[in-house]
Design a protein around this ligand. Structure first.
Ligand code: EPZ
Length: 418
């Protein structure tokens, strides 16, 4: 297990490139199960969740070849085994996205139910409701879900709430179903749009991705894709918040303003200067951030995956900021750790009230989940003195070489084996 050691006080300055979006690359890799043709995927981030997915696909019988930096060719022609085992699914909930493609292509999918995680119980009821709408018979025994269907048939599915994973799982099944399907109250995240673009490249017939209504006309078979993953908006947002937090000036290459939802408006409201440039977004700040309330919401609202990072910024603000987490029931694990650094945060009924302080002080802190861990790194950058972030395997799930990227922006950050 490593730790990240940060000597706080430097401003982040310069250019950094956003890598490929982890949360787009994951469903894109599972989409390869839908075809016996090879798929070429570019700008694949080299993070732990991607490595877990590669292992899972290989366990199912796929072959994966690295043909360049961040470039893979995935061939699922050899997939015979339709069971995603517990020890891989429990590591990464997104493995549940294997269910849709397996039952669509092989008539049967057996996937372990994902356990909960630090941020919530993470149920999959909407995924299963969607599969049943497409004619799959679902059985849940011994912690596994079995989905069986001679041939899926198109259906009309209204989701209780716009679940990203459930939207993607149903899309991955409906593209090979007989007849047409309609998903209402679908998730509108950019990662859903990216998946639809690759599925269309494979020959799928999909309309409406990015809106709340997605319509799919099933086809007999799909070919391979040659696709480049969209830039990671959460990584981009993390660096932009870091610029505001350290009174720096950072340009994130690849950041797309339309993907960042309300974040850019909130950064401007907090007093930062935001410039949308050719090929990226630039944020700079000279003064202490103003307090700005946020409520997390499905896209294009404020992304829940940037809530912890925003909280870190607000710990230095000039007043009180309310942060309401409406997507996950337990996504405040970073609060006690930020408090160890001197932050003043009160949590009640899914809302945190942050009273800004002039400065934070460095301290040893514990990462608990992916985005909480990066909020601690941001706090360490702005704090006085040394911060040590332990259990950085959480960070490595979704950020590639973050200590190198931050170091290149002027931060004093190093990874130390523990
Ligand atoms: C995706 O998770 C992302 N992960 C999450 O990013 C992100 O926070 C989340 O979408 C929301 O944007 C990937 O894309 C791999 P949801 P997902 O289904 O699909 C509840 C990160 O840090 N729900 O939109 O699991 C669920 O419990 C990760 O990169 C049900 O109740 O999110 C949650 O409270 C964390 N029943 C809410 O909906 C269901 O069947 C949103 O979940 C499905 C979801």
């Amino acid at each position: 297990m490593d730790k990240i050691v940060i000597e706080g006080g430097a401003s982040l300055r310069g250019d950094v490139e956003a890598g490929g979006a982890k949360n787009a690359a994951l469903p894109l890799l599972f989409a390869c199960l839908l075809t016996d043709q090879p798929c070429r995927l570019r700008r694949v981030p080299d993070v732990a969740d991607i490595r877990t997915t590669r292992t899972l696909l290989q366990t199912l019988g796929a072959t994966i070849e690295e043909v360049g930096p961040h470039e893979l060719i995935v061939d699922c022609s050899g997939v015979r085994e339709a069971e995603a085992p517990y020890d891989l699914v429990r590591k990464m909930r997104a493995s549940f996205l294997a269910l849709g493609p397996l039952v669509a292509r092989f008539g049967r999918g057996r996937v372990s139910k994902p356990g909960g995680c630090a941020i919530g119980t993470r149920p999959v009821g909407m995924h299963l409701a969607g599969m049943m709408r497409l004619g799959a018979r679902i059985e849940e025994t011994h912690g596994y879900v079995d989905a069986v269907a001679e041939k899926l048939t198109g259906g009309h599915f209204i989701m209780e709430m716009p679940s990203v994973g459930a939207t993607e799982n149903v899309m991955l099944a409906a593209v090979l179903a007989r007849g047409s399907s309609r998903i209402e109250n679908a998730a509108r995240e950019p990662e859903v749009v990216d998946l639809a673009a690759a599925l269309s490249d494979m020959g799928a017939k999909i309309e409406g991705a990015g809106s709340s209504i997605i319509e799919i006309e099933g086809v007999e078979a799909l070919g391979g894709y040659d696709h480049e993953v969209i830039p990671d908006r959460i990584e981009a947002g993390t660096f932009l918040i870091g610029a505001a937090m350290t009174r720096g000036d950072v340009h994130v290459d690849g950041a797309r303003a339309s993907d960042l939802g309300l974040l850019l408006e909130c950064l401007e409201a907090a007093g930062a200067t935001v410039v949308v440039e050719e090929g990226g977004v630039r944020v700079s700040a000279e003064a202490r951030p103003r307090s700005v309330d946020i409520v997390t919401a499905p896209h294009p609202g404020f992304p829940t995956d940037l809530q912890a990072q925003w909280m870190a910024l607000m710990t230095l603000s000039d007043g009180r900021a309310r942060i309401a987490e409406r997507i996950f029931e337990n996504r405040f694990m970073h609060v006690p750790e930020l408090a160890r650094m001197g932050a003043d945060i009160r949590v009640a009924n899914g809302e945190a009230v942050v009273r800004g302080r002039e400065r934070l002080s460095g301290a040893p802190v514990m990462a608990t989940d992916l985005r909480a861990s990066v909020s601690l790194v941001l706090a360490g950058l702005a704090a006085g003195g040394r911060t040590e972030v332990l259990r950085v395997y959480h960070l490595d799930r979704g950020y590639e070489r973050i200590e190198e990227k931050l170091g290149a922006l002027g931060a004093s950050v190093r990874r130390v084996p523990v």
